[in-house]
Design a protein around this ligand. Structure first.
Ligand code: SF4
Ligand code: SF4
Length: 186
């Protein structure tokens, strides 16, 4: 996410989203091909859907094609699962989930097992639109940006200043021990 300074304590950040129109997806997997090629090293040297940060949940018999973007890594599986029925189609558990998690192979680098996460094709110079959006000829993926005001930076600074003051007063080791105890209880 890009951030721009604004007057006072407020900042704006650019929120980037990709709107997915599941009804338009035909399962061609062009998005997977270009994502993996764009992130190959060197760039475009190979393409392998297993390395893509977007995967299409594919079930032609049930006419189900759901493009899903790789989100955050999760160390633990969910204790409960969700099932969705939309317009009479029943989707598999986990179908809409973006997490790289221990219960499935999705969104893991095949060689190393490290989690994959969509980075919106961050590059220098930046792209006008992410590669998967550019390559989706069915217009199932639509890129959108919006500006949002945020004030969070200062709160972080305040925590840091508070910790520094405590460390000066009580000593670093004592503060570390206290934090360790608090984390254990949480
Ligand atoms: S490129 Fe578009 S139509 Fe093809 S699988 Fe990806 S999202 Fe679906
Ligand atoms: S936005 Fe870029 S990184 Fe994310 S899935 Fe699409 S091509 Fe891959």
């Amino acid at each position: 996410m890009e951030e721009h300074a604004v007057s006072g304590h407020k900042k704006t950040k650019t929120v980037k989203t990709i709107r997915i129109d599941v009804d338009k997806c035909n399962g061609c997997r062009a998005c997977e091909v270009i994502c993996s090629a764009f992130h190959a090293s060197p760039r475009y040297s190979s393409s392998n859907s297993a390395r893509s940060r977007i995967r299409v949940i594919h079930d032609p018999l049930r006419d189900i094609y759901v493009p899903v973007y790789a989100g955050d890594y999760s160390m633990a599986e969910c204790a409960g699962r969700d099932k969705y029925t939309i317009d009479g189609k029943e989707y598999d558990e986990c179908a809409f989930c973006r997490a790289s998690c221990p219960s499935r192979d999705l969104f893991k680098e095949p060689d190393s097992g490290l989690p994959l996460k969509c980075d919106m094709c961050e590059s220098d110079p930046s792209l006008s639109e992410p590669m998967c959006v550019q390559w989706c000829l069915a217009d199932a993926l639509v890129y959108e940006e919006r500006e949002e005001e945020v004030v969070e930076e200062e709160q972080q600074e305040e925590i840091e200043i508070g910790l520094e003051a405590m460390a000066n007063k009580h000593g670093v080791q004592k503060v570390m021990d206290t934090l360790a105890r608090m984390t254990k209880k949480a």
